[in-house]
Design a protein around this ligand. Structure first.
Ligand SMILES: Cc1cc2nc3c(=O)[nH]c(=O)nc-3n(C[C@H](O)[C@H](O)[C@H](O)COP(=O)(O)OP(=O)(O)OC[C@H]3O[C@@H](n4cnc5c(N)ncnc54)[C@H](O)[C@@H]3O)c2cc1C
Length: 523
């Protein structure tokens, strides 16, 4: 199959990119693929909303810029921070024009809320399921365009590069894709390929990310020798419901703390005042580390988030999903504190891109959570990721239209690109092995590469991950390729790069904390 543009991933990034491109260039053929259904991905689970300066009576771009730079521990790129925040408002309006609903007050103005690290109320939201609403509207919109086709249940295996074509153009020419239904590997050639594959949370045992967040875009980019940056900056969300619900970790949004919910240890004492003047609304890394410290001090498995002081009407109307999920495991947040623990949540680093989301390989773009743009630096400010996605998708779409004019490879060239040349014999025990290896990876990542790290621990993790890597290569070479093997291969690669980059970091910044460079007491 040949297409002008191949977009891998249909979260907010892939969809807004495709819509913008289709609007601006109706004759460009765009092909979207996603590993599951169109709606599945991190976007769908976003609760809090999008951080955008919209109340100009109180808020300013400068305040949001300062908050973003401070949250990122001064590691962010000031130029990027500035344009993302200034362009956010127009992009938000586009989401609204494309059919997304956001909560409004009785004067029909956007109802804004506040989250940790923000100096003003500026989070635009739809109840506590903002991401699902955005995803719904974008999916409806994307179906309007005749020049967009999409394939669900198709997984990226590898990017097609000079390695496959024998050329020396230093370009990406599309991708090899496996269908999860018939397990056939197809070749989709494209003038431009876009990775919008989301997060990597599944390399950890406890994560707010859904099961598909296995870092596939990063794994494929790594194999294609594309630069990956700042992977050690994994943000842990301070408050995930404890224990898991039906095997899945459920997030308790920061907006609940914004409305006044208090963190308490299991003896019922508030503790955040010991750790930071902003208390419950301190930046996420500080709240997450404080919770772990408190759990260790008290020798407890979790802490509590007490929302009982919040007006019941607000709880029921603004946080219906949280109330319903907690009630499903016998906790009523209106009358009982919610048990919570930190969980791996967001990858601040990713595939290195420029201000138009172009990667270090020609013909390859990367947008959204799988990219590193410079916005977040060493820590993401709450609700800045959906903002980053819409701003960079827009820029990438406009740049792609320009780039398309310059791609002058003939169709006959794409036709000569070889089909997938993989092994094709099967053993029936591979599911069990991939599961075991994934669990081993998650265990070592959680124990040694979690919120608190040590240099010895990182070396120990590096050794185990190397062994896992060789086990995966073995599995890969001696089995018919399956979606599970593809995911495992990517998870191990991402973990490997993350650990290596962690060993190179010699100072604690933002979410990265190694006790060997730490100022906080070791517990
Ligand atoms: C529980 C939760 C709450 C959050 N709350 C907020 C919030 O309030 N505000 C905020 O700004 N951010 C929030 N975030 C972060 C934000 O939701 C994500 O960063 C953002 O949605 C990522 O969008 P994306 O388009 O980059 O990727 P995703 O939405 O994750 O989409 C990834 C897409 O890639 C596809 N894909 C992945 N691998 C492959 C493959 N190998 N082959 C084919 N397709 C593939 C998937 O099928 C999916 O379509 C939250 C995240 C979580 C998990």
């Amino acid at each position: 199959m040949h297409t002008d543009i191949l977009v891998i991933g249909t979260g907010i990034s892939g969809l807004t990119y495709a819509i913008k491109l289709a609007e601006e260039s109706p004759t460009t053929k765009i092909t979207l693929i996603c590993k599951d259904r169109l709606e599945e991905g991190n976007t769908r689970y976003a609760q809090g909303g999008i951080a955008v300066v919209s109340n100009f009576k109180k808020d300013t771009f400068e305040k949001h810029i300062e908050d973003t730079f401070a949250a990122g521990d001064k590691e962010g790129d000031v130029n990027v921070i500035e344009f993302v925040i200034r362009e956010g408002n127009e992009r938000l309006q586009e989401l609204i024009d494309w059919g997304t609903q956001f909560d409004r007050n009785n004067k029909k103005k956007l109802n804004l809320t506040k989250e940790g690290g923000h100096s003003e109320k500026r989070i635009v939201h739809y109840k506590d399921h903002s991401g699902a609403e955005i995803q719904r509207a974008l999916i409806e919109k994307v179906k309007d365009f005749e020049n967009i086709q999409y394939f669900e249940n198709h997984i990226l295996v590898d990017l097609i590069t000079d390695h496959h074509t024998g050329t020396k153009n230093k370009r990406c020419y599309g991708a090899y894709i496996i269908s999860t239904e018939d397990k056939e590997i197809i070749k989709i050639t494209a003038k431009i390929t876009v990775l919008s594959t989301g997060g990597v949370g599944q390399i950890y045992a406890f994560t707010t990310n859904p099961s598909g967040a296995t870092g596939d875009g990063l794994g494929a980019a790594y194999r294609a020798k594309v630069k990956l940056e700042k992977l050690p900056y994994i943000q842990f969300h301070p408050t995930a419901l404890f224990p898991k619900v039906a095997g899945e970790t459920f997030l308790i949004t920061e907006a609940l703390r914004g409305e006044g919910a208090l963190l308490k240890n299991l003896s019922g004492e508030r503790f955040m005042e010991k750790y930071h003047p902003l208390k419950e609304l301190a930046p996420r890394d500080i709240v997450a580390r404080s919770i772990i410290r408190e759990m260790l001090l008290q020798n407890e498995t979790n802490v509590n988030l007490d929302a009982t002081g919040i007006n019941t009407d607000i709880l029921l109307n603004h946080f219906p999903t949280i109330v319903e999920t907690c009630r499903s495991i016998g906790i009523d947040p209106c009358i009982t504190p919610i048990p919570v623990v930190p969980a791996a949540h967001y990858s601040c680093g990713g595939i290195s891109v420029d201000e138009n989301s172009k990667t270090t390989l020609d013909g390859l773009y990367s947008i959204g959570e799988c990219s590193y743009t410079g916005l977040h630096g060493a820590n993401r400010l709450a609700s800045n990721s959906l903002l980053e996605s819409i701003v960079f998708s827009h820029r990438a779409a406009l740049k792609s239209i320009q780039d398309l004019k310059e791609v002058n490879l003939p169709l006959s060239f794409y036709a000569t690109i070889p089909n997938w040349k993989g092994q094709h014999f099967s053993k029936d025990n591979q599911q069990e092995i991939t599961h075991t290896l994934s669990e081993q990876l998650r265990k070592i990542m959680s124990e040694q590469v979690g919120i608190f790290k040590t240099t010895d621990g990182l070396f120990a993790a590096q050794k185990i991950i190397k062994d896992l890597y060789f086990a995966v290569v073995d599995l890969y070479n001696s089995n018919k390729l399956s979606p599970q093997i593809c995911e495992l291969r990517n998870m191990v690669s991402v973990a490997y790069v993350l650990v290596n980059q962690s060993l190179e970091l010699k100072e604690n910044k933002g979410v990265f904390y190694n006790h060997n460079y730490g100022k906080e007491p070791v517990l």
